[in-house]
Design a protein around this ligand. Structure first.
Ligand SMILES: [Mg+2]
Length: 208
């Protein structure tokens, strides 16, 4: 029993507050309905807004983020990418969102041994940087992403709510595909999350 109990406590750190089948179906009306005090949304990019390492933002993806911003939300990108890819993500998304944060953006310029990787999700640093930029408390923010162990866990650590979506597109980081996704598949039923591809809801839905 003790082992079960501690296991359940641990699961709380990766349990999202909401689910939806695709970011493209997320509307401002939905967010107002289930999270009326939210004023900022943070988006993971790879597997959430675009396919993994997509070289461009499609018209539909870009206009959807812009629509949410026009509806009054501060929109942030928080993406675990480095070097050239980080520069690409800044260039691709800055025209459409309030702010873009990659791990390199969270490095303290005074740090004598800077290591951007320690600021990547599941660390809460990028979400907290977005919250500071938005000048709002963490409980007014919702983090949107496709990974339990990066997006949801970083949201929990930052004290913001988490919206989980199934991975968008066919591509994935190999380590995530072969090590993390199988674990996610086992955990989803234990977390009360949709188990199969077709069981994700088309509208924003609280996790019971
Ligand atoms: Mg992702």
């Amino acid at each position: 029993m003790a082992r079960n109990g501690s296991g359940r406590l641990w699961l709380r750190h990766i349990r999202p507050d909401f689910v939806i089948d695709a970011v493209a179906h997320l509307t401002a009306e939905d967010v107002r309905r289930v999270a009326p005090d939210a004023t900022a949304l943070c988006f993971d990019i790879d597997g959430t807004v675009t396919d993994y390492h997509a070289p461009a933002v499609t018209e539909a993806e870009a206009s959807h983020l812009a629509t949410l911003r026009e509806a009054g939300y501060q929109i942030f990108v928080v993406s675990n990418c480095y070097g050239q890819r980080a520069r690409e993500v800044h260039r691709l998304f800055e025209p459409y969102v309030t702010g873009v944060f990659t791990p390199e953006d969270c490095v303290d310029p005074a740090d004598p041994k800077p290591n951007p990787r320690k600021h990547g999700k599941p660390a809460p640093d990028m979400i907290l940087a977005a919250t500071a930029r938005a000048q709002i408390p963490p409980d007014h923010v919702v983090m949107v992403g496709d990974q339990l162990f990066k997006d949801v866990l970083s949201a929990r650590r930052a004290g913001v709510r988490a919206l989980l979506v199934p991975r968008l597109g066919p591509s994935d980081h190999n380590g995530v595909r072969y090590l993390q996704r199988p674990v996610e598949r086992v955990l989803r039923p234990l977390l009360g999350l949709p188990a199969g591809k077709r069981s994700w809801p088309h509208t924003l839905t609280p996790v019971p």
